[in-house]
Design a binder for this molecule. Structure first.
Ligand code: SAH
Length: 254
């Protein structure tokens, strides 16, 4: 029997956001690999083994899952959101590129999931309605100077910016610095959306202005969307505001 490896996106948390394709891949797997809290979201099935590993052990997890698939098992490796967005899909590709030749003969598939920025955007309107980009603020895998350069370029070019991994225990100051840097390009009233634990019971979505936002508004489970000069807020009586970026850009950004 030849093994398979499927890299599965679980979506942001709510089981309604798990696609039927992802559900089928999870159901038919012999072995599941992933970060513990993500595996906890997958219902237990008889005869299926699960191997939880720590958040930072993506490379080791990819190697273990590929080894198991090479032995002939049907293996699923899970990510929150979409596996191709700051997650396991690239770790699996990196392991295949540098690993044994036999791994290139494996059937490998990638099952998309709803990524955090889309789930957060859908809660609040259409902040990603025009050109946008996504950055991870984590400096585990790249230097902070590079992150600052990309923030400068993105804000200077007028993109709405989705920020993944804004804060962690090891990185208490970076997010505040990132906001200060963006404030050099953007007006103080630029809308900033904080979407925390979207799709989970403790979900919370807030809109602030850039000058009022600070590092304390975000944690590891928060996705932040910083608007562009075009992003607008529609206030509504008795209802939460809508944040949107019009489909047409009216001016060339300074
Ligand atoms: N692959 C994931 C992203 C992994 S990086 C995806 O596609 O969503 C981890 C970061 O994603 C977190 O620090 C946070 O910024 C964001 N995130 C993941 N799940 C989230 C959720 N339910 N609500 C808000 N942000 C989330």
């Amino acid at each position: 029997m030849s093994g398979t490896l499927t890299v599965v996106g679980l979506g942001p948390g709510d089981p309604r956001y798990l696609t039927p394709e992802a559900d089928a891949a999870l159901t038919s797997a012999h072995a599941l690999y992933g970060y513990g809290p993500y595996l906890d979201r997958v219902p237990q099935r008889a005869g299926q083994t699960r191997l939880a590993s720590d958040n930072r052990e993506e490379r080791g997890r990819a190697v273990a899952a590929l080894d198991r698939a090479a032995e002939g098992a049907r293996v699923a490796i899970v990510s929150g959101g979409d596996p191709g967005v700051f997650a396991m899909a690239a770790a699996v590709c990196e392991a295949i590129e540098t690993g044994p030749e036999a791994w290139r003969a494996l059937d490998v598939a990638f099952v998309p999931g709803i990524t955090a920025m889309l789930a957060v955007a859908a809660r609040i309107g259409a902040p990603l309605g025009h050109d946008f980009c996504a950055l991870s603020l984590s400096d585990n895998l790249k230097p902070w100077e590079l992150i600052e350069r990309r923030l400068d370029a993105a804000a200077g070019a007028g993109f709405v910016i989705a920020l993944y991994n804004p804060v962690s225990r090891a990185r208490p100051w970076q997010f505040g610095n990132a906001l200060a840097l963006l404030g050099r390009h953007l007006p103080p009233a630029t809308p900033v959306v904080f979407g925390r634990a979207v799709g989970r019971p403790d979900e919370c979505v807030e809109v602030m202005t850039l000058d009022a936002a600070d590092g304390k508004n975000a944690d590891m489970a928060t996705l932040v969307i910083v608007g562009s000069r075009e992003t607008r807020v529609i206030t509504r009586p008795g209802k939460s505001p809508l944040v949107y970026t019009p489909r047409a850009a009216v001016e060339v950004n300074a």
